[in-house]
Design a protein around this ligand. Structure first.
Ligand code: 6PG
Length: 470
């Protein structure tokens, strides 16, 4: 190992870290890894062994000394206290203007705190969301950096080389100051939760109301993936239905327990949307459904207590055509809610986000990549101040021509006892968001009635209070 020659350092050689560092080396940058786990270090050295471009160590001094200055050190370690511990272990070995990048799913306020802390010590810090799982990290992820701009400039050539490409353009861009990168990645994950919920409940509907078997489900999602629903999540869903159980019991999907876990980013999106006062019900319900799925024992008890309607089936061709439209409609609504949240957070936190750029870097590499993002990019390019995608003239026809399918499926599912929480919330959100008048005048009246909270009028300016009589 030669001192001060490696272009890039990576802390945390787990699945994401190992794949990311090999990607860096594939792109002709010398990269050095660090992990306390000797097995991980040895595995990386073996994997990258036939090239002088990758090396690794369990010794922090060796790691830091290997790196050219300013040192560019990316952390791919679990979010939370470990990030602070790693930063503190690195600090005594670093020099002014070195750069630390947090590539994990850190909570955005932690990133703000760390940036301020490191700024005092002359270290550039930025949070960069990395999406695309292990394969993405190896072959090209979507990267969402924010924070220290001078720090980012130093790493930009490496990130642009390793990121996924869409029509030759790298799926990475500096998104804004402070925790902008982690915030955008958090909302990316909220949208991810929403889209996953939708694809899973439509699968349930196709099975229950159309008797689709796994081969038919595979064919259906595969066909959808060749059209306007083309997306990573629809693509892998099609594959999942074909996977045989390695224990020899038919298809694997049928053997998987219906209890979904979560690491928290979807929940954070919902929680922060509430703080901002931006409605994201398609994301909220996706989080709630993971929580509800965890209540397996209670669900089984309740299942035994209550009857269920006998499901009236719909012809497969008709059902899949309706489902394709409804899924497209609700995908749009889910992206619209997430982007609405980003537009508002941008003002609230001073991120100065450009939503067209965000949609652009989501077009490849990340989990929510989809053909739709090309249309979304165009919509925000046409109007960068668009508060909500539903207000874009280019989306009116896409939504108007698919909403009736959502209505038909939601009402059929409701009558037949099939839960479609993502679709029904998306539909209700759409109906409410497009209502010039909502019944919230009554809520104001109630508030004024019981608590003298006052109200405004539609016809006269001012604040009013009434002594409500019987
Ligand atoms: C990505 C993903 C990833 C996330 C997993 C698991 O963009 O590559 O969002 O960062 O960690 O999807 O998330 P949950 O455990 O919360 O489902």
């Amino acid at each position: 190992m030669e001192y001060n020659t490696y272009d890039f350092g990576l802390v945390g050689l787990g699945v994401m870290g190992r794949n990311f560092i090999l990607n860096v080396a594939d792109n002709n940058f010398k990269a050095f890894g660090y992990d306390l786990d000797a097995e991980k270090v040895n595995a990386l050295r073996e994997e990258g062994g036939n090239t002088k471009k990758v090396d690794a160590s369990t010794d922090i001094k060796t790691f830091v000394n290997a790196l050219a200055r300013p040192r560019k050190i990316m952390l791919l370690v679990p979010a939370g206290k470990i990030v602070d511990a790693v930063i503190d272990s690195l600090l005594p070995h670093l020099d002014k203007d070195d750069i630390i990048i947090d590539g994990g799913n850190s909570f955005f306020t932690d990133t703000d705190r760390r940036e301020a802390y490191l700024q005092e010590k002359g270290i550039h810090f930025f949070g960069a969301g990395v999406s695309g799982g292990a394969k993405g990290a190896r072959k090209g992820p979507s990267i969402m950096p924010g924070g220290s701009k001078p720090g980012y400039k130093e790493v930009q050539p490496i990130f642009e080389a390793v990121a996924a490409k869409f029509n030759g353009e790298p799926c990475v861009a500096y998104l804004g100051p402070k925790s902008a990168g982690n915030y955008v990645k958090m909302v990316h994950n909220g949208i991810e939760y929403g889209l996953m919920q939708l694809t899973s409940e439509i699968y349930d509907l196709l099975k229950k109301a159309g008797d689709f078997n796994n081969d038919q489900l595979h064919e259906t999602y595969k066909k959808w993936n060749q059209g306007r629903l083309q997306s990573f999540l629809v693509e892998i869903t099609a594959q999942i239905f074909q996977q045989e159980d390695d224990q020899g019991n038919g298809r694997l999907v049928d053997k998987i327990l219906d209890r979904a876990k979560q690491k928290g980013t979807g929940k954070w999106t919902s929680q922060n949307a509430m703080d901002l006062g931006i409605p994201v019900p398609s994301i909220d319900v996706a989080v709630s459904m993971r929580e509800l799925s965890a209540l397996k024992e209670e669900r089984l008890r309740a299942d035994a207590l209550y009857g269920r309607p006998v499901v009236e089936t719909i012809a497969q061709n008709k059902l899949s055509a309706l489902a394709e439209k409804a899924l497209y409609f609700s995908f749009i609504i889910t992206y619209a809610q997430g982007l609405h949240q980003l537009a508002d957070a941008s003002k609230e936190y001073g991120y100065d986000l450009d939503l067209a750029t965000i949609a652009k870097i989501w077009r490849a590499g990340c989990i929510i990549r989809a053909a739709l993002l090309e249309d979304i990019t165009k919509a925000y390019k046409e109007d960068s101040e668009l508060p909500n995608l539903l207000l874009s003239p280019s989306f009116v026809d896409k939504v108007s021509s698919t909403v009736d399918a959502a209505r038909e499926l939601v009402s059929h599912a409701a009558k037949n006892g099939i839960p479609l929480p993502g679709l029904s919330n998306s539909l209700t959100y759409f109906d409410a968001y497009t209502s010039g008048r909502l019944p919230l005048n009554l809520i104001q009246a109630q508030r004024d009635h019981f608590g003298s909270h006052t109200y405004e009028r539609v016809d006269v300016e001012g604040i009013f209070h009434t002594e409500w009589g019987e």
